[in-house]
Design a protein around this ligand. Structure first.
Ligand code: FES
Length: 667
């Protein structure tokens, strides 16, 4: 391990580490544009200059290009190095427009920061600035090529990292252009990362254009709710409107990036049709009255039809806090507990979930580091795009990728095979199987990943409410085990990545199994169910037909909300603290980004709410689903619940939202 001295600090780093990376490891910042932790070096910008005072290399050097070596003595503050960096900034600014006041990157721009830090303020060059035409890159990305400093990050990400082919670099001499050959929407499902990766304002988020400055933002660490991978995000809001979402780094999960679905699916939160006010029989009312009516009508249904006539229905989108309270709610109403609406959906999700343990579940990082990947019964690019990006990184590092049955698109080369038997899993050092819940082959995995068995179960009959334990015995999670390979040998490293349908599918399957829940479809089969409490549940219209009483707790305009006699609005994930358990069993915390309420932008001036004293903003009555569920339980005579995560979940209360999360198998 090379040992060197940087600014009088002795640093020892692994072989192959650059001087810039060595400096970062001891928190010595060196300016950089083209170097990026996920993309590595390009040596294009020359702003990372340092002075090598002694050792095998001397003089001014680019720290991102120089491997750390024994005996090096490096100064980042030497006057020659500082002058070099200042001159680099000055010549970059020769062509960069002075348009910070109208640039969306202003306030979060690396070039702006370094220009100010370097002290460049007077333009000494009187020539004209080089100008370019911009392209229409579609509805998501704004293009402003005049701001380009030719760091090549965009094209390195788009082509090399993400495998995109419709965007590149063209040019001659001093005119270098980063764009498409023609106007048109960027085709890569990862195109939004250009916004994060560009160190200036060439690529900015068109959906949030001219809406706010960095210092105006409401921000907090969050988790993407749009698939089961649990990619880390930072949603950005202002005035109760979710403006945009940017990637947040978590090396164990999504690394530095985010797919376009996760980045640009913000409209549901700002939807003017969102249920914002409690309703009884279609009439707006107070939360207290809605709750009272709900309790009254639940009592009527129970009295009229008897125990087991009410279904408490959660979903795989529901945060853990509310999901963990549903068994107690079902117990309180002597009802049936459901976490899934469809029987097939429940069966497949639970089957795959049972195959996962800390020794067998694969993270996105495991996939990126795999040397053999099998894709089975799923289309990662459609179901969980960041998994496809992880597969590409493994392929770039030499992994072989097999697709059982073929017929899908991937951003890398792959070998179609007829079945798992055709894949030489036993020969691989770090093989991963990626499986979805929709296909026919999941059962085949049982021989490679036998279910861990009984350790999780408190399962019971459908109406056996004694099985609905809120605080089950400790140690409910699965033990590690040795995984037999398909070939009959043993491959301890074989891992499984399951692509579940929703952000909290893992928790829904786990709770469903623990508490003997059944699907709503199954519950409805014998016609006993006469009342449904839908807690952020996507229940198809056909399952709601003929049900005398429906109550919906939700923040989206679902079929249940439309059919419900009592509606109590809940908060979206960006309006509360909560926990999701991702596809591998990793619990991750998300924090409240903004207060609930109608966005100021959404207030219709003609129909402005009456001017009156309020303690909450218009439409701001929504509460997190767990609080509404706790209120119902209390109203039914149960205990007061101040903290939803208790019993087996108690250890998650202090989970840091900015940590890598925790595998619940290891709790
Ligand atoms: Fe070293 Fe750009 S960061 S040359």
């Amino acid at each position: 391990m090379p040992k060197l001295i940087i600014d009088d600090i002795t640093v020892e780093v692994p072989e192959g580490t650059t001087v810039l990376e060595a400096a970062r490891s001891v928190d010595i910042p060196i300016p950089h544009f083209c170097w990026h932790p996920a993309l590595g070096k390009a040596g294009a910008c020359r702003v990372c200059a340092v002075k090598m005072l002694d050792g095998p290399v001397k003089g001014i050097q680019m720290s991102c290009m120089l491997p750390a070596q024994d005996g090096m003595v490096v100064s980042t503050t030497d006057s020659e190095a500082v002058a070099m960096r200042r001159l680099v900034i000055e010549w970059l600014m020769i062509n960069h427009p002075h348009d910070c006041p109208v640039c969306d990157e202003g306030g979060e721009c690396q070039l702006q920061d370094y220009t100010i830090a370097g002290g460049h303020g007077i333009r000494r060059y009187n020539g004209k600035k080089r100008t370019h035409s911009n392209q229409d890159l579609g509805p998501y990305i704004e293009h402003e090529m005049n701001r380009c400093i030719q760091c090549y990050r965009c094209v390195r990400f788009y082509q090399e990292y993400a495998g995109g082919t419709d965007f590149g670099v063209m040019g001659s001499a001093g005119r270098v252009y980063f764009g498409r050959f023609n106007d048109g929407q960027l085709e890569s499902p990862f195109s939004g990362n250009l916004v994060d990766i560009c160190p200036t304002g060439v690529f900015t988020d068109k959906t949030a254009r001219f809406r706010a400055r960095y210092w105006d933002y409401d921000m907090a660490p969050s988790i993407c709710p749009h698939c089961s991978l649990g990619c880390n995000t930072t949603p950005v809001a202002r005035y109760r409107e979710l403006l945009k979402t940017v990637a947040r780094t978590n090396d164990a999960v999504s690394g530095w990036f985010l797919c376009d679905r996760g980045r640009f699916s913000n409209s549901a939160v700002n939807d003017p049709q969102r249920p914002r006010t409690p309703k009884v029989d279609g009439r707006e009312t107070s939360r207290d009255e809605a709750l009272e009516t709900l309790l009254l009508r639940l009592g009527e249904v129970a009295e009229l039809y008897g125990p087991g006539s009410i279904a408490v229905v959660g979903s795989a989108q529901l945060a853990l806090e509310a999901a963990a309270l549903l068994p107690l709610l079902a117990l309180s109403v002597a009802g049936v507990l459901c976490y899934f609406s469809g029987q097939e959906d429940e069966g497949r999700t639970r089957l795959l979930h049972e195959l996962l343990s800390s020794g067998s579940s694969a993270s996105q990082r495991d996939v990126r580091e795999a040397d053999c990947i099998v894709i089975l019964d799923c289309d990662p690019l459609q179901e969980a795009p960041m998994m496809a990006l992880a597969v590409r990184q493994a392929w770039r590092n030499g992994a072989r990728v097999y697709v059982v049955g073929g017929g899908i698109d991937l951003p890398c080369e792959f070998i179609p095979v007829a079945g798992l038997d055709a894949v030489p899993l036993a020969e691989a050092a770090n093989p991963v199987i990626i499986c979805g819940t929709a296909g026919p082959h999941a059962g085949e995995l049982l021989s490679s990943f036998p279910p861990c068995g009984g350790g999780l179960g408190w399962g019971g009959g459908r109406h056996d409410t004694s099985m609905l334990q809120l605080h089950p015995p400790p140690n409910p999670f699965k033990p590690q085990r040795v995984l037999p390979s398909r070939e009959g040998g043993h491959n301890n490293n074989l891992r499984l990545a399951c692509l579940f349908p929703a952000a909290n599918s893992f928790a829904a399957a786990l709770l469903s199994r623990e508490h003997g829940a059944i699907s709503l479809e199954e519950a409805l089969a014998d016609g006993v169910i006469k009342g449904i409490i839908a807690v952020e549940a996507d229940i198809p219209e056909r399952l709601l037909e003929g049900i005398p009483f429906v109550a919906a707790l939700d923040w989206r305009m679902t079929a249940a909300v439309q059919a419900a006699q009592v509606v109590i609005p809940t908060t979206a994930w960006v309006e509360m603290d909560g926990t999701y358990i991702n596809h591998e069993g990793r619990a991750q915390r998300f924090k409240k980004v903004m207060n609930p309420g109608i966005p100021i932008k959404g207030l219709d001036p003609a129909g402005h709410p009456p001017h009156c004293h309020r303690t909450v903003p218009p439409g701001g009555e929504a509460r997190p689903a767990w609080q509404v569920v706790a209120g119902i339980i209390e109203g039914l005579g149960g205990e007061q619940i101040a903290e939803p995560l208790s019993g087996q979940w108690e250890q998650l209360r202090k989970l840091d939202a900015e940590s890598e999360g925790v595998l619940i198998h290891d709790l």
